[in-house]
Ligand binder design. Structure first.
Ligand code: F6R
Length: 616
């Protein structure tokens, strides 16, 4: 893109046709998608032979203030957009929808041949924005000959890149055209009404009947009649499916923030997730998802786990667990690194891709890369029918319910319970674990929700520690062995929501550099629960205290050795090291939450972040 101002967006798209007040429905759906981006937002509504466009920088609530809702009580069709810009300034003119002549559209994705197209278009027209999306509107408007569908089909031939589009024209006030390539787009079918959104969660309040568009699908919706075509314009069949999601879960339910609610929901989220994988007599681990790939799993020699951000931290935990219980070697990769590395495929390799949203661009690109190498691929995701589920050989779902807070919490703990179960499952298949071992693991797993309920009851203690910490500018988190990724995740959570700079380290690394940072101004949060390396962690705490450092610790109940050393502590009940990752994670989540809340920050939508990173 040659450094030109160009818009790359992760964003949310919505559209509506029906008898409700169009602006209300669009705003409501946009609100539910706001976690995907919240720099600017806009809607376009077909009104008395015109298209009204209202757009603004800022959040949906700012857009709401600009709209005269009553004006649209008799209108039927509209489209909307919430934007998260990565390139190109956040401005009203760059906000969507874009309008060129009689065409108006919203776009999610990146047009890779934008510069070539722009050069040609700007010879003929003065561009109003710096976006690649406006270029698409120009192309469609140029090709428009009275048939919106045809002009969309003719336009996609010229586009390279990824795009989900919703397009309307004031010349066809009851027609909506949708185009999907690589970015998600879902049609919700109601009674005499049609909803469209970038994901299911925006629509579950309205319907449970969906058409999930596949790549290179174009949909023409005339009133409520839906017809699907491929990119050549050939008709294809439409298969709708019913998906039940618990809409109640997408409300704040009396909590001040989604993040807090979602942290508190973890005992139930874990239960809902692990129950699917434990036999009724509590003796075996089951993965029905592997029906078609069981042989390949049984003959696998190595496992790789790939993800981004929090999902990558889950992958790291998976490595510890799977290596320990299955004896297989496991490697982990950050998806954005993996996709540009020259990986050498090995025979009988399984790759697990972890993505809460199932839409992360780097993770999807990594799946595509390995598909060429005929490796067995498994998705671990929280989003039913997300893109990753259609690209992999098998999908394991976490049942965390919709996660709206941008900082991932319950998705993470449900990912790691699945990885734990998978590790035991492999141990069961390879007979490294005997029946008694497996039963013991299952019993421990079943007690996890109660264990986490106990941790949540310590919310006030954690909140008090947070209160003492909000004026620090830097923080270190230390953990060791399987709790090392938990330290990384604790640091990530704190950075994300409180903007306090934090780094996680493997405690054994302290002497190899980070100890130089120790001072009164840089407190350290240490995971000092019972573990095979407990004494060494105590050594680390002593080293920090000897240098006048401030230490907060998570310790096992009643551990006097730790409490005599540190400046503040939270106890967890005595549990196996492997299980301690769950309570330790929840404590760090609550700590980050309370810091951000005391600082008065936008906990659920931290600056510069978006929930689904659908562009590279
Ligand atoms: C952190 C966070 C991100 C995501 C990452 C991957 O709280 O939410 O680091 O974990 O963007 O997202 P998914 O799991 O949707 O692929």
């Amino acid at each position: 893109m040659g450094g030109e101002e160009k818009e790359e967006i992760m964003c949310g798209i919505v559209a509506y046709y029906g008898k409700r007040n169009v602006s209300e429905v669009l705003l409501d759906c946009l609100q539910r998608l706001e976690y995907r981006g919240y720099d600017s937002a806009g809607i376009a509504i077909c009104e008395s032979g015109n298209i009204d466009i209202i757009k603004t920088t800022g959040k949906i609530k700012h857009l709401r203030e600009k709209i005269d809702i009553n004006k649209y009580s008799m209108t039927h069709l509209g489209i909307g957009h919430t934007r998260w810009a990565t390139h190109g300034v956040v401005s009203d003119k760059n906000a969507h929808p874009h309008k060129v002549d009689n065409i108006s559209l919203v776009h999610n994705g990146i047009i890779e041949n934008y510069m070539d197209l722009k050069e040609k278009i700007e010879k003929r027209y003065a561009l109003q924005s710096e976006t690649d999306s406006e270029i698409i509107a120009h192309l469609i408007a140029e090709k428009y000959n009275g048939d919106l569908l045809n002009s969309a089909i003719n336009t996609v031939k010229n586009l390279k890149g990824s795009y989900a589009l919703a397009i309307i024209s004031d010349k066809e006030p009851e027609t909506l055209v949708l185009v999907k390539k690589e970015n998600p787009l879902i049609i919700g079918i109601g009674e005499d009404e049609i909803f469209v959104a970038s994901d299911l969660t925006a629509l579950t309040a309205y319907t449970d009947n969906f058409i999930i568009l596949e790549d290179e699908n174009i949909a023409k919706i005339y009133k409520t009649d839906i017809k699907l075509y491929n990119f050549n314009g050939d008709p294809i069949s439409t298969n709708s499916k019913r998906v039940k999601l618990n809409f109640q879960m997408a409300n704040k339910g009396g909590y001040k923030h989604y993040m807090l609610k979602e942290i508190f929901e973890q005992p139930k989220a874990l239960l809902d997730t692990f129950l699917n994988h434990i036999s009724n007599n509590h003796e075996k681990i089951i993965f029905n998802e592997f029906e078609n790939i069981e042989d390949r799993i049984m003959s696998s020699k190595s496992i790789q786990i790939i993800g981004c951000g929090t999902s990558y931290h889950a992958a790291m935990i998976g490595k510890y667990l799977i290596e320990k219980y299955s004896g297989l070697s496991v490697s982990v990769d950050i998806a954005s690194e993996f996709r540009y590395r020259n990986m050498t495929p090995t025979d009988n390799q399984i790759i697990i891709f972890i993505s809460q949203s199932g839409e992360t661009a780097d993770t999807l690109a990594s799946v595509k890369l390995v598909k060429k190498n005929k490796i067995t691929t498994i998705a671990l995701t929280n989003m039913i029918s997300s893109s990753i589920t259609r690209m992999t050989d098998s999908t394991i779902y976490t049942y965390a319910g919709p996660e709206i807070g941008v900082a991932s919490t319950k998705a993470f703990t449900t990912q790691i319970i699945i990885l734990y179960l998978f590790a035991i499952y492999l141990g069961q298949c390879t007979k490294r674990l005997n029946d008694r071992n497996i039963k013991e693991h299952i019993e421990k797993i079943i007690r996890l929700p109660d264990l986490l309920d106990g941790v949540i009851k310590m919310n006030d203690i954690i909140s008090e520690i947070a209160m003492k910490c909000i004026n620090y500018e830097h923080f270190l988190f230390l953990g060791r062995n399987i709790n090392y990724p938990v330290a990384l995740e604790g640091a990530l959570k704190l950075k994300e929501v409180s903007y306090i700079h934090a780094e996680g380290y493997a405690a054994g690394e302290l002497k190899h550099g980070p100890i130089a940072l120790i001072s009164k101004k840089v407190p350290v949060f240490v995971i000092a629960t019972q573990s095979q390396t407990y004494d060494k962690i105590i050594g680390n705490i002593e080293e920090i205290k000897a240098r006048n450092g401030t230490v907060y610790a998570i310790a096992s109940s009643g551990d006097k050795r730790v409490i005599n050393l540190v400046d503040g502590f939270v106890f967890i009940p005595s549990v196996d090291e492997d299980l301690s990752i769950f309570p330790n994670t929840v404590i760090f989540q609550l700590f980050a939450y309370h810091c951000a809340n005391y600082l008065g920050l936008d906990v659920d939508q931290p600056r510069n972040l978006a929930k689904s990173v659908t562009v590279e």
